[in-house]
Write a protein that binds this ligand. Structure first.
Ligand SMILES: [Mg+2]
Length: 392
């Protein structure tokens, strides 16, 4: 068996591209991997081309060797788009190997520990605030609308949700000081107004969903350590599932964790066990977030096992198409320290059609897929119908 073709495709995901690597063997077996990052899709596609000569003509089942061949070429660029390109290729290679053997990918990693994984509804309110016009979802004009959304989450069977700093209004907005333009975009200063807005938002969600539903707030990289700690403390009365906060300094994160009762989740942007190691050694977070489309599958499994040795739970970073949902479900299938899995529920209407078999969600859980490979393929016709960039 030899690799005959390596391609990258972008699919219009409404407000962001989804990025896929397709590897085809000379005898026509096709494997898919998702490596969406929404930031540098052209960079990822370019890096996939940079790796092509290492792959063409090689046995796609020798995944560990091919991974190291790619890593030796790219390690001076460790992290970023080159690693995401490697991950997308590696995921496609696992798909091919598992399909050739007629088994799901998780069977190659010891078999499943579970048949379902609990989910949290991610970007809850965020997507409706930013893209509700495109999706036709109910507006977030007032805190009553936030409460209605919280009740909808519960009614639809979910037991956890994650939001961002959503500011109800007409139109609603989301406070992302680190992104976009405007006052405070670079400094990331936590103002009294934003503290009050967070208290109102999370207080409204908590009242709406009741005490038993997991509530998470994602600050991303916004705010300096002091500001993030202040948010963690003001969240204490709401008994959060976690406050999510990204910071490249493990000691900064530890400082927050040790100074608050709020649970801290972090590290979604890290790739390789090497980058996670200093965070684990300090036990700098309560929950380690792992991104499969950015790490590849075998490395994500290694990071998960490493977390386990430090008694740290993991949760996949997963806000992509359904193919990545499957990658993340396979990761949760084989790890013994899974807290919960992220998934985006509000999304474009063609999301389900883009895969040949969308993941099955039941009672707030995703069922571990049972088909060969990842359990579904990209539907190439649907992919062609939604090119990115979308035609003007
Ligand atoms: Mg996050």
């Amino acid at each position: 068996m030899r690799v005959g073709r390596v391609q990258t495709f972008h699919c219009d995901g409404g407000w962001r591209p989804w990025t896929f690597v397709r590897v085809e063997t000379e005898d026509g077996l096709v494997g898919w991997g998702e490596c969406t990052d929404n930031k540098n899709p052209y960079g990822i596609a370019g890096c996939v081309r940079d790796f092509e000569d290492l792959l063409i003509g090689q046995d796609p089942r020798h995944i560990e060797r091919l991974y190291w061949d790619m890593l030796r070429r790219a390690r001076q660029n460790l992290g970023g788009v080159s690693h995401k390109a490697m991950a997308g290729i590696e995921l496609a290679l696992w798909d091919i190997k598992a399909k050739a053997l007629g088994v799901p990918v998780y069977e190659l990693f010891g078999g499943p520990l579970r048949d379902r994984v609990r989910l949290y509804w991610s970007h809850c309110g965020t997507t409706r605030a930013l893209h509700g016009g495109l999706l036709g979802t109910p507006p977030i004009r007032t805190l009553d609308d936030v409460a209605a959304l919280g009740r909808e989450v519960v009614r639809r069977g979910f037991t956890a949700l994650k939001t961002n700093i959503v500011i109800p209004g007409d139109p609603a907005s989301v406070y992302f000081p680190g992104f976009g333009r405007g006052p405070n975009t670079t400094d990331g200063v936590l103002t009294v107004e934003i503290q009050r807005a967070i208290e109102r938002l999370i207080g409204t969600f908590r009242d709406a969903v009741g005490p038993d539903v997991g509530l998470a707030l994602d600050l991303n990289y916004n705010f300096r350590t002091e500001g993030a700690l202040r948010v963690a403390r003001l969240l204490e009365p709401f008994d959060m599932q976690w406050m999510e906060y990204d910071n490249w300094d493990p000691r900064a994160l530890l400082q927050i964790k040790q100074a608050t009762a709020t649970r801290i989740a972090s590290c979604e942007s890290l790739v390789t066990t090497r980058q996670y190691r200093p965070f684990f050694e300090l036990e700098a977070m309560d929950v380690a977030i792992i991104d499969v489309p950015w790490n590849g599958f075998a490395e994500a499994v290694r990071i998960g096992h490493m977390a386990e040795t430090y008694e740290i739970a993991i949760a996949p970073h997963n806000y992509y198409s359904h193919l990545a949902d499957l990658h993340s479900a396979h990761l949760c299938a084989v790890l013994p320290n899974v807290r919960i899995m992220e998934i985006d529920i509000d999304d474009v209407p063609w999301k389900a059609d883009l895969v040949t078999r969308p993941p099955e969600i039941r009672d707030g859980h995703v069922l571990i897929p049972t088909g060969a490979g990842w359990g579904a393929d990209i539907d190439e016709q649907v992919l062609r119908e939604h090119p990115w960039p979308a035609p003007a």
